[in-house]
Design a protein around this ligand. Sequence first.
Ligand code: AMP
Length: 602
Amino acid sequence: MTFEELGLEANMLQAITDMGFTKPSEVQEKAIPVLLQEETDLVALAQTGTGKTAAFGFPMLQKIDIDSRTTQGLILSPTRELCLQITNEMKNYGKHCKGLNVTAIYGGASITDQAKQVKRGAQIIVATPGRMKDMIKRRLVDITKIEYCVLDEADEMLNMGFYEDITDILSHTPEEKSTWLFSATMPKEVSIIAKKFMHTPKEITVGTKNEGATSVSHEYYLVNARDRYLALKRLADANPDIFSVVFCRTKRDTQKVAEKLIEDGYNAGALHGDLSQNQRDLVMKSFRNKQIQMLVATDVAARGIDVDDITHVINYQLPDEIETYTHRSGRTGRAGKEGISMVIVSKSETRKIKSIEKRINKKFEKKDIPSGMAICEVQLMSLANKIHNTEINHEIDSYLDQINALFEDTSKDELIKKFFSVEFTRFYNYYKKSKDLNAEAQNSSSRDSDRKGSSDAVRFFINVGKKDGYTWMSLKDFLRETLSLGQDDLFKVDVMDSFSFFNTDKKHLTKVAEVFNDFMVNGRYVNVEVSEDKGRQRNRGRGRDRGGRRPKSSDGRRGERRSRRSEKSRSEFGGSQESNRRSQRKSGSGSGAGRPRRSRRR
Ligand code: AMP
């Protein structure tokens, strides 16, 4: 089918030719004729990268009255990135529609400027929910006459907690408008929105429901938890032309992994919510320009990243929600390209792989972390290919006499060997004594899963618990930040009502003792003591071990302070994690084990 056959008018067809689109994508074929011919609500299940913006964009552009200055179309999108992307696409699609004004409304930029643009007569507004709600409240926009409303990436908007905002915004729109909902997945929440705000919507599905994009293959690598970072580096080294998003679970891990990668010579950058909008813009700009090859990101910050040629998505840590995995892997394999979604897992996480397989209806391939020598070979051949394909720069000609003189006595064979050794030796020296990182290859008894009961582990008692608002996950994050420890240095975190336990390796004992010596927050002591409980006996009363003795504090004293301090108000501590974070010592992220530094792109 051609775009013409879909019913698009000449000025749209011209824009399509300008953009070089040759034939409609599946979602366009299914959605455009329906939306052009009927005034209907629509639910479309389509991933990003399927061409869905054009699927709703062209019909909207063709149906609105460009001669009017009234706002007739509203497109809601989850992130500023995506909002700008859609605005841009809409402007491109409508570039031959004279008088068209598409305005983007999003947080982090001047509300006055945006209001001015709207006032000039925006027929179409593309907005993020938060800023849109704000502008409605301030009466800076009027959406009471819109005829078409698009909810783009509805699942992501709901994931991000925009349900209330969306409901509020839609309550200002006319009842008889058409609503077009686009979503990659159809969780319950999206069906609820569809039921609540739409009237017998037409449904279209591109690909299978809930299935990851078909051009993405899924791989997992089983390593010991402590080798996660080394594994990440190997995956990057084994793919010299990698252009990837690396997903971490927390902002702190994101920052740390990015910092370590940069120190180790990779072209990496961090993207997370603790960065200013300006910093995020700069990182995204470098990523788009491919100055950054590895963008380490949190799920929230990465939503809406709309870069087409991402080769790999690396799940440094798996997300808590399986749904999130779909969003992550959807960042690659876009616009008809192939992509790989890699997951680095420890043994205890392999169950999750099975659940994801069920959800996405696709099998993961279990792969081995490449050996050091395999990486050396990949790097060598990559260099050889690069040199083979390099265009000669004749600026070099004037230096050739000098160079030739230097190599007068060197044969071609020897010259090639020397030339490649320059690069090869860097990798070879780094990797020659490297170990096998695959979990099965290692003696697991000395490793992660068995550390819990090993003699290298120390179990600590801490006088905060569920009553202070902690879950095992948030307590682990708090401890890691306060102690500047890595993701895998803390384990067996058990949170009780008013106290908790956690384990670290013996080597961190002094650090824990030092950091928590007179550690106060809002006038309250947070007390950490060595427990004689090795983690075998969950839920036993008030920190006593089996023998009924009081746990010793890390400096050997019995913990009478604890009971006294735990009398104090728990709420004082509840809101104090932020101040704690601020007061903690800055973590010195390790400089990595001397990986050969990459030659930077610029
Ligand atoms: P989307 O799913 O809307 O984010 O689109 C993904 C990318 O595909 C965008 O860069 C579009 O410009 C591009 N695109 C959309 N429709 C087509 C098409 N029919 N042929 C080729 N590229 C397209």
